[in-house]
Design a binder for this molecule. Structure first.
Ligand SMILES: NC(=O)c1ccc[n+]([C@@H]2O[C@H](COP(=O)([O-])OP(=O)(O)OC[C@H]3O[C@@H](n4cnc5c(N)ncnc54)[C@H](O)[C@@H]3O)[C@@H](O)[C@H]2O)c1
Length: 693
């Protein structure tokens, strides 16, 4: 952290003052940077020989945003507003010279300058929405005054960065100068502005772009409708939209007030707190206390995958996507052909949607080779096994691999639930064995659970994490236990959901409650999607559970047109009277009478046992930290990010409340259910999961 004097310097170039910021890594708007800009601008104004000011940054980027470490702390002068006013009201033209990224507060500063110039590789954006916020320093009021309401709506609600050429086209920058010539280009522009006596353009005073949207409320209504699914449950996109509406309909200063008020509301609310927590949690998850950063890595240049089924194929796509050659091994030619064909079809679909070119498709396919012989994996650095979920088969595969694959290679399994310590007994190098648990579809889902077995070596763990990062996943480290972190918590929920069926709740009641809570779907819709017959067989079926009976009736989920729900041709789900009767019959047989179960109770019954299971996972040392559990559930199961993950949510509810409710449910939770001692302890001490460090 520098001081104002060390992070900002003023140089006079002819009659142009060049105010250079240098606050690595990203010139964030810390107190020192704010003060540095303010002093520099004031000095430039005071010096009579100066006719114009260029605001430019050293290092890899223009101001890339607020200093997020200052969030939640008492404000320190000068505030950003004061800095912006000094720039905007300067009696001499101020030109922002942009390279790298001008993001958030950085772009809001640039928007107060009278002109903006950028290099072609520069990008601008207002990403606040991703932290559950809105640009609170005039961004929502100035941006639409330059680019118009429709483009501003896109930018503030998506948070996406816009490239310099597009910025030029929409008026956000005035000029593009060649790469590497930003300073000279900006100074030259400054001289021209002075020579041509161009006006001091204040964005706040321009009205024509917002006037175009005035009297057209349908612009906003349509935008809300088109994005309803994407914005579901989130407050920040809606608040951003309201700010753009204010920019269109109110005078600038009134609009600023709306922006300020909505910003404060978001900043003080739980959604943004959750989203900021998740931002840090994702970065934290990479850090493993006993695997230091300097742990040697196994160089991964060639990958082998065993099994070209649902998972193997998706996993292979991840590696081809980053240019790594992959060998897929199957037992039969037809299975191999099918696996490769599915991959090709996936790529071609992406190409059709414009996400890649056909050249990309061919390039990726060229990285994939198939084989029916495990010996083709001999020189792989990383082998991932994705064969049937069967211990005997997996052990056999690992024993054979052990004899084939070169020393030092990593032997990973994608098992969902099998004991990896037991799999490791099949090889003479258990230190090389690790779980790399991908989620389906493996080429899409962001989560990778890296599962450390008892003897897994540190370099193997470090390399698995590094590999996850390389293929663009979010990784969380788990220890070995049934279901690891994610599925173990899922099982706790499934058990309660099933139990509630026997008390009077219908599958759609439970699914609806969880959907409205923000999850993509509830347990029964999920089961219908995956197939009710996973792990079920006709021979072993005893009509002993609701699921068994539905399977016996041929109701095996979406693929059979019926499961817990009935489905029409378009796979729209409808509550099923047949399922309802099956449930009622079960209940009658057990001598139960249905009762009304409120949405609130459904949520508590489903969610609190998940949090309790998370606490057990923590106390057993399966997860390193509560936030890792949250990362797993957000990225692997679609837990709404604005609720921060199950453990963060537990903290917001209050752990004492959760313990009290679990106690009140008592025997309803099942004979096996016990409250986690860690959860009880934290509750008694009035502490949160976040306080565990
Ligand atoms: N499907 C999921 O949602 C999911 C998610 C995470 C993990 N997993 C795990 O991934 C693994 C694979 O699951 P899947 O859904 O891809 O199954 P799948 O049935 O689609 O694919 C398994 C493939 O392995 C092949 N195979 C079987 N034995 C083999 C052997 N000895 N050598 C080479 N190939 C062999 C089969 O021919 C088949 O193509 C399982 O351990 C499963 O638990 C599945």
């Amino acid at each position: 952290m520098g001081t104002a004097d060390t992070v900002a310097s003023l140089a006079i170039d002819g009659h142009v003052a060049v105010l250079m910021l240098d606050s690595p890594p990203v010139n964030a708007l810390s107190q020192a940077v704010r003060e540095g800009i303010l002093n520099g601008v004031n000095e430039a104004i005071a010096r009579p020989e100066v006719e114009a000011v260029v605001l430019i940054c050293d290092g890899r980027t223009f101001i890339a945003g607020a200093d997020i470490t200052e969030f939640g702390k008492p404000p320190r002068a000068p505030g950003l507003r004061e800095v912006q006013d000094a720039i905007e009201n300067a009696p001499k033209p101020v030109i922002a010279a942009i390279h790298g990224t001008a993001l958030g507060g950085g772009l809001e500063v640039a928007l107060c300058c009278h002109y903006r110039v950028a290099v072609p590789s520069a990008r601008c954006g207002l990403p606040e929405v991703n932290l559950g916020l809105l640009p609170g320093a005039g961004g929502t009021q100035r941006l639409p005054r330059i680019v118009g309401a429709p483009k501003a709506l896109e930018m503030v609600t998506s948070g996406q960065h816009v490239g310099a050429r597009e910025c030029l086209a929409m008026g956000l920058v005035d000029e593009i100068v060649p790469e590497g010539e930003l300073r000279a280009g900006a100074v030259a522009l400054a001289r021209r502005i002075v020579a041509e006596r161009r006006p001091l353009k204040k964005v706040r005073e321009s009205d024509d772009k917002v006037a175009a949207a005035r009297g057209h409320p349908e612009i906003f209504a349509d935008f809300r409708k088109a994005n309803a699914r994407k914005f579901r449950g989130f407050l920040a996109p809606e608040y951003n939209i309201r700010c753009i509406e204010a920019a269109v309909n109110l005078p600038f200063d009134e609009g600023l007030k709306v922006e300020r008020q909505l910003f404060t509301e978001l900043m003080q609310g739980t959604q943004s707190a959750a989203q900021r927590y998740v931002f840090f949690a994702e970065r934290q998850a990479w850090k493993i206390p006993d695997v230091p950063d300097d742990t040697p890595l196994v160089p991964v240049k060639k990958v082998g995958i065993i099994g070209a089924g649902t998972m193997g194929g998706g996993i292979a796509m991840n590696f081809a996507g980053v240019g790594l050659p992959v060998t897929l091994v199957e037992t039969r030619q037809d299975a191999l052909d099918r696996g490769l064909a599915v991959i090709r079809r996936n790529y071609e679909n992406s190409a059709r949607r414009g996400r890649m070119t056909m050249v990309d498709v061919d390039r990726r396919m060229a990285l994939l080779s198939g084989s029916l012989d495990l010996r083709s994996l001999a020189d792989c650095d990383l082998v991932i096994e994705a064969v049937f979920e069967n211990m005997a088969i997996k052990k056999e595969v690992f024993a054979r691999l052990d004899a084939i694959v070169k020393p030092g290679a990593i032997l990973a399994t994608n098992t969902s639930a099998l004991d990896i310590d037991e799999i490791a007994t099949a090889v003479k190098r258990p230190e090389a064995v690790i779980g790399m648990h991908f989620f389906s579809p493996a080429n899409v889902m962001r989560l990778l659970e890296v599962v450390r077995a008892k003897q897994t070596s540190r370099p193997v763990i470090a390399t698995a994490m590094q590999t996850a990062r390389k293929i663009g996943k979010v990784a969380a480290l788990s220890g070995v236990c049934p279901g690891f972190i994610g599925n173990r918590i899922l099982a706790a929920r499934t058990q309660q959901a099933q139990a509630m069926l026997m008390e009077g709740a219908m599958p759609w009641d439970i699914d609806r409650a969880l959907y409205d809570f923000g999850l993509p779907m509830g347990p029964f819709a999920m089961s219908d999607l995956a197939g009710l017959d996973i792990g079920w067989s006709k021979e072993a079926s005893r009509s002993s559970t609701i699921r068994e009976v539905l399977c016996e009736m041929g109701r095996r989920g979406q693929k059979t047109g019926a499961g817990y729900y009935d489905y029409d041709e378009q796979r729209n789900a409808k509550p099923s009277p047949v399922t309802e009767q099956v449930i009622r019959d079960f209940m009658a047989k057990a001598g139960g009478t249905p009762r009304e179960i409120s949405t609130e109770e459904i949520l508590e019954r489903c969610l609190y046992p998940m949090i309790n299971e998370g606490a057990k996972i923590l106390e057993e040392g399966i997860a390193i930290r509560a936030s890792d559990i949250d990362i797993v559930w957000i990225n692997g199961y679609g837990w709404p990010v604005y609720r921060g993950g199950p453990m963060f949510y537990g903290d917001t509810v209050g752990l004492a409340t959760i313990v009290a409710r679990l106690r009140a449910f008592g025997p309803k939770l099942g004979r096996q259910f016990t409250i986690s001692p860690l959860l009880e302890k934290l509750a008694a001490e009035g502490r949160r999961f976040q306080d565990l460090r």
